[in-house]
Design a binder for this molecule. Structure first.
Ligand SMILES: [Zn+2]
Ligand SMILES: [Zn+2]
Length: 188
């Protein structure tokens, strides 16, 4: 199954602020952040009485998942003082808050991919650099509707580890759709 080979929304748009594909510079570029965070901002704005403390304290499923994420961003972590669920990499309170948000079932594969990309890029110090780079590469296309398969993410990560980030970042098409370059043959 390859969802991208059928006509799908795979056209990433350029960011008016940084000029790269929208989402590539998330979250440091304001334009990229606005494009990526749109579903979160809309869900939060739709709440009749948005209160981050109440949203985080509610039963799982009571609020839409983007509202849970947005509320976490608005709350400081009592353990490390950082953004809740995105603070210090060794903070147990952040780890618990991050685990709790994923307990809610019902996300579509696309929602899960989008949320994963955002969570990874907002907590780069929590993961290996190649994992962060992989999600940075695919995020503009995820924003456009692409759902990367785990095997494809692994393939992109392998190319990143082999020094292929810049080549993949120069592509206007999803790096997932590009045939794998035999890096190993030329490298080492
Ligand atoms: Zn940008
Ligand atoms: Zn923390």
């Amino acid at each position: 199954m390859d969802a991208r080979s059928v006509a799908g929304p795979t056209t990433a748009k350029p960011c008016a602020t940084c000029g790269d594909l929208a989402g590539r510079a998330y979250p440091s570029c304001a334009g990229c952040a606005e494009a990526v965070d749109l579903p979160w901002a809309l869900a939060w704005a739709a709440l009749p009485d948005p209160d981050p403390v109440r949203v985080i304290g509610a039963r799982a499923g009571e609020y839409p998942w983007p509202c849970v994420d947005w509320a976490l961003r608005l709350l400081p972590c009592a353990g490390c003082g950082g953004e809740l669920a995105a603070g210090a990499p060794d903070c147990p309170a952040c780890a618990a808050a991050d685990a709790a948000r994923w307990a809610l079932p019902g996300l579509t594969p696309h929602e899960r991919a989008l949320r994963t990309a955002v969570v990874v890029l907002r907590t780069p110090s929590w993961r290996r650099a190649a994992v962060v780079s992989t999600w940075r590469l695919v995020l503009p296309f995820v924003v456009a509707g692409v759902v990367p398969a785990p095997a494809e993410l692994r393939a992109v990560r392998a190319q990143v580890l082999a020094g292929g980030y810049d080549a993949l970042a120069a592509l206007a098409a999803p790096p997932l759709a590009v045939p794998l370059v035999p890096w190993r043959r030329s490298a080492v």
